[in-house]
Design a protein around this ligand. Structure first.
Ligand SMILES: *Cc1c(COP(=O)(O)O)cnc(C)c1O
Length: 475
């Protein structure tokens, strides 16, 4: 299995060679040269496997440069009930991603029972173990530099803590994350985790990361790496739970299931697309956005028009406040018939701050063949959905999942199970839940008082020299 770039001008590489990098040298994103395919007989064999065995069945078809016994051990170490321990009382943590039935043909797929209460743990925990394995094999180390407004940074830190050969330098805007998110990250005492609170906003943090990464000499000397959402290792890990969810609500392969995915960078739903391309009987893939509706606009009109950070709204589903969906290029590559030259042409405009219109070019008609459709949600919808879900089903959901459920209800078909991906637990977004319900959501008992733990972080000026200096002193 080799991986090629969506822009068609990079050499084909193996999984371990692309794992530690980001973009391909030609600026594109990596995808398998050819998607592996699961036949009806394969699906029948996979039905009933536990999460770990299912993950191995799928990942071993996409990763062929790690010996099978080693890959199995990495997967077994990652997907344990003790790690995904925040399941609801009526769910079995052994399922890793249990389903929750709301009513006939309407389910939540619980992806947020891991250490940081968001679905990003599903992929990041695997990435942590894969990084450690590959670095050790190669006798290398890496210094991961990232910027976060909350979910990504905490998932990365919990995945990389204590890992040999890995240090994490995570920038976050000083005093701008929620108390819970701050406590989650800053209470980590591991030597290889560095929390840096930048006197500025999230965009300042991101600009600092970009400036450091653009300094090729510094980047090479200090082995600066990233774990951002375009990393193929993250996408691949996310493919597994679509299969798990599908098998949980069907009993034979002639049945189809639709999935609704709260989306920002298009990483999560891109994994659903890949699962479908690999033969999973998916009916619809519904992309749900918040007020930042760049993706909804595309799926309604064929026009992809990313916006700048100044035009990005700050919403009550903040992890979807994204106006440039970094993984979207992977789907467009498949949509235009895996034509790297076409993707280069389209992104030559996007990379200059422009847009493109696939309707005018005759590709937009093909979107339904890929199952995609979309909708958007806003603060009022979100609050109403959280209240309704509590009232009808006695279930408290978070704001991102609420965006998903709101849109899912607009796209249901009789007799086709609809699954909404639960991308965070409500405890993570206490203020918004309190606004919706008049009381705070329940918090897992083991996280009570997390705000009172000692915190380990460094306050830093919004300065590229300051972060370079800090890295130099700490590696
Ligand atoms: C990251 C995140 C999303 C968006 O996922 P993408 O893969 O970027 O589309 C949605 N909800 C939550 C809670 C998240 O943390």
């Amino acid at each position: 299995m080799k991986y090629v770039s969506t822009r068609g001008q990079s050499p084909a590489l193996s999984f371990c060679d692309i794992l530690l990098g980001g973009l391909a040298p030609d600026g594109g994103l990596y995808l398998p040269e050819k998607y592996p395919h699961f036949s009806d007989a394969d699906l029948t064999q996979m039905r009933g496997l536990n999460y770990r065995d299912l993950a191995f069945a799928i990942l071993s078809r996409l990763i062929d440069d790690i010996p099978a016994t080693d890959l199995k051990a990495i997967i077994d170490k990652t997907y344990r009930a003790e790690v995904y321990c925040y399941a609801r009382p009526n769910q079995n943590p052994e399922d890793i991603t249990p389903t929750l039935k709301l009513e006939d043909n309407l389910y939540l797929l619980s992806l947020s029972n891991g250490p940081t209460l968001a679905f990003k743990d599903m992929a990041m925990q695997l990435l942590g173990n894969l990084f450690e394995y590959v670095l050790q094999k190669r006798g290398e180390t890496t210094n991961i530099l990232g910027a976060t407004s909350g979910d990504t940074g905490s998932a990365a830190e919990y995945a990389m803590r204590g890992k040999h050969g890995v240090r994490v330098f995570m920038l976050s805007p000083h005093q701008k994350m929620s108390r819970f998110q701050t406590a989650q990250m800053f209470s980590l005492q591991d030597d290889n985790i560095f929390n840096i609170a930048v006197k500025g906003v999230f965009d300042d943090c991101q600009d600092m990361v970009k400036a450091v990464s653009n300094d090729a000499a510094f980047k090479a000397k200090y082995k600066i790496g990233a774990v951002n959402s375009i990393n193929w290792g993250r996408i691949v890990a996310q493919v597994v739970y679509y299969f798990k969810g599908y098998f949980a609500v069907t009993d034979h392969n002639a049945q189809k299931v639709s999935f609704t995915v709260p989306s920002g960078n298009f990483g999560n739903v891109c994994a659903g697309h890949i699962a479908r391309m690999m033969g999973l009987p998916v009916d619809k893939l519904v992309v749900a956005t918040n007020e930042n509706d760049v993706l909804d606009e595309f799926f309604k009109t064929g026009v992809y028009r990313p916006r700048g950070s100044a035009q990005t709204y700050h919403t009550s589903s903040p992890s979807m406040d994204i106006s440039k969906a970094s993984n979207f290029e992977r789907f467009v590559y498949d949509l235009v018939g895996q034509d790297g030259a076409k993707v280069r042409e389209l992104w030559s405009s996007v990379d200059k701050g422009g847009s493109f219109d696939l309707n005018a070019q005759g590709y937009f008609d093909k979107v339904p063949q890929f199952g995609f459709t979309s909708g958007s949600s806003n603060h009022t919808n979100r609050m109403a959905t959280i209240r309704d879900t509590k009232a009808r089903y006695g279930v408290v959901i978070d704001t991102h999942t609420a965006d998903g459920l709101k849109v899912a209800l607009e796209h249901r078909d009789a007799n086709v199970p609809m699954m909404v991906l639960e991308t965070a637990l409500p405890a993570k977004f206490e203020d918004a839940i309190t606004e919706a319900l008049g009381h705070a959501p329940e918090r897992p008992a083991s996280l009570n008082g997390i705000e009172n733990l000692p915190q380990r972080f460094t306050v830093m000026d919004n300065s590229v020299e300051a972060i370079k200096d800090f890295i130099t002193k700490n590696v």
